[in-house]
Structure formats: structure tokens, C-alpha cells
Write a protein that binds this ligand. Structure first.
Ligand SMILES: N[C@@H](CCC[C@H](N)C(=O)O)C(=O)O
Length: 287
């Protein structure tokens, strides 16, 4: 017995894609962690569980607006509200499977319904919603160094710290401690950002539930907004859109914040493989 899967990535933020239209699989946190294990499993930063919205209790209320629900899980099995690279790869899967064509598509996520545009040239643009910038002084640390961080919520929480050099972030094996501890009761994704030029930055990220990844779409949006505010740009005040290019270790994302506050993210999404998961292996792996 086996379960079909695909492997995909968006700027090298990689995912095991598990099509399960009727929500028939019991995809426990342990099963997700086993699938994402890079040595004993398939290996990925997270899982995209592809379910019809009408078949999932968290998404049935969105079924009238979006046929498909992205049930995203982090590599450790935890649940997150949103995954920006994941939603592009999810759309690419729907196109690959014949459930979607070039043009606009609505995808249900825990962060609400997202509008995705699959362009002819291959890139995918996602309407990510608007950022919330909760007030409050937050710091993040690596070793004996500490930086102030901007608190940005893209549906999921981010702490954005500006550094001189991305190497300042160290090896990022473990989550960078933040202060005050009450700032992020549910944990946080931490982005370190260095300037490359006008409206052009580079970032590294330690993702909640996945460790250092080669890219984070919601993180790149948080970085673009934090950098814009640092630069004195607020499209909702000036009426002028602000576009930032965000280089990540795995590629490049282009982020535009519009005068209405809506953030659009454009980047690639690739399906690299299809295969079968052995159910015997998965059952043993979660014992
Ligand atoms: N890689 C994702 C973000 C995934 C969720 C994050 N780790 C969290 O727990 O909030 C992206 O591309 O946005």
C-alpha cells in the first residue's frame, strides 16, 4: 500500500505535497515530522496537505470562495497560519494536476482565502493580505549579540532584525532567543536583514517549527514592510506603492505593498518529483 506524494519548492523552501482531496489521511504531527526528516524520510521544510475545502473542518466555511485548502504543516509537525512559498507551490501543484490553469485562482489557508495569479512566464504572484505591525520593543539575540527587532504579523508572527552582515546571525541551528518572552507566546519566525542597495535587501531566516530554511515567503513580506517603514515609506499614507527585492539564500522574491495595504509577493514555484510513500514505512516511523 502506498500514498502518492510530490516534492516541490519555492526559492528552495521545500515541501512534501500530499494530495488528499477527501481528507481521508490521518496526517499526525509525527507522520509529518517523519516525512520531513532529511535522512530517514523524504526531507522537506514542511508538508502541503492538499484537501478540498469542503472536506476539512477548518476550511469548510471558505469552500464557496476557494475549492482547495492548503493544510500547511511545519517540518516538526506543528501547524502554522500561513506559508507564502507554500501557497505558490500549492498553486503549481493544482496546475500540474489539472485542477487549475494559468490566471487567477483562490486558495483557502488558515490565514484566509488568498488570491494567486499563475503567470504565463512561470512566476506566481500571491495576494498576501496586509501586515500588522504590533507596537512594542522586541530584541533578538545570537550568542552575545542582541538587535532590536520589528514585530510584523503576516498572519503568522515575525521578528525582523537589521544587521550589518548576514553572517552576524551565526549558524542559526537553534531558535534565536527573543525578549521579552511574552512577545511571542506561540513562537516566532526570525529574519535577519542586510541592505544591498535601494529597495533591495538580503535576508536569512530561522523558521518556527522548521529551523533555518533557504527562504520564507511570509518572512520576505515582513522584511519588505519593516524595511519600508525604516526607510520612511508607508504606501497607506503616501499613496505610492513600494516594491522591494528580497534576496534569500534560495533565490529572489519581489514584494509590493500597495496603497490599500495589500501585499503582493512574486516568485517561482517548482514541482521536482512525484512518488509513492510506503504506508508500511510511515506506520513504523510514527510508532
Ligand atoms: N516557509 C513559510 C512559513 C511557514 C510557517 C512558519 N514556519 C511559521 O511557523 O509561522 C513561508 O514561506 O511563508
Amino acid at each position: 500500500m502506498s500514498i502518492p506524494f510530490l516534492k516541490g519548492h519555492g526559492t528552495e523552501n521545500d515541501f512534501v505535497i500530499v494530495p488528499d482531496p477527501d481528507n481521508a489521511l490521518d496526517l499526525t504531527p509525527a507522520a509529518v515530522a517523519a516525512l520531513c526528516d532529511r535522512r530517514a524520510g523524504i526531507g522537506a521544510d514542511g508538508v502541503l496537505h492538499v484537501v478540498r475545502s469542503a472536506a476539512h473542518p477548518e476550511a469548510e466555511g471558505m469552500a464557496a470562495d476557494a475549492e482547495w485548502f492548503m493544510d500547511y504543516r511545519n517540518g516538526d509537525g506543528s501547524i502554522a497560519e500561513m506559508c507564502g512559498n507554500g501557497v505558490r507551490v500549492f498553486a503549481r501543484y493544482l496546475q500540474h494536476a489539472g485542477h487549475a490553469t494559468e490566471g487567477d485562482l483562490a486558495v483557502a489557508t488558515r490565514g484566509g482565502v488568498k488570491t494567486v495569479h499563475i503567470a504565463k512566464d512561470g512566476d506566481i504572484t500571491v495576494g498576501m493580505g496586509s501586515a500588522r505591525l504590533p507596537e512594542g520593543d522586541v530584541t533578538v539575540s545570537v550568542g552575545d549579540r542582541t538587535w532590536p527587532a520589528r514585530n510584523v504579523n503576516m498572519g503568522n508572527p515575525h521578528a525582523v532584525a537589521f544587521v550589518e552582515d548576514l553572517a552576524d546571525a551565526g549558524d542559526l541551528y537553534s531558535p534565536p532567543p527573543f525578549s521579552p518572552p511574552s512577545a511571542y507566546p506561540e513562537g516566532v519566525n526570525v529574519e535577519f536583514v542586510a541592505d544591498l542597495g535601494p529597495r533591495h535587501v538580503a535576508m536569512r531566516v530561522h523558521e518556527r517549527g522548521s529551523g533555518e530554511t533557504r527562504s520564507c515567503g511570509t518572512g520576505a513580506c515582513a522584511v519588505a514592510v519593516a524595511t519600508a517603514r525604516r526607510d520612511g515609506a508607508d504606501p497607506t499614507v503616501t499613496g505610492a506603492p513600494a516594491t522591494y527585492t528580497v534576496d534569500v539564500p534560495g533565490g529572489r522574491l519581489v514584494i509590493t505593498e500597495r496603497p490599500d495595504g495589500e501585499i503582493e509577493m512574486t516568485g517561482p514555484a517548482v514541482i521536482v518529483a512525484t512518488g509513492e510513500i510506503s504506508t508500511e514505512w510511515l506506520e513504523n516511523a510514527v510508532r
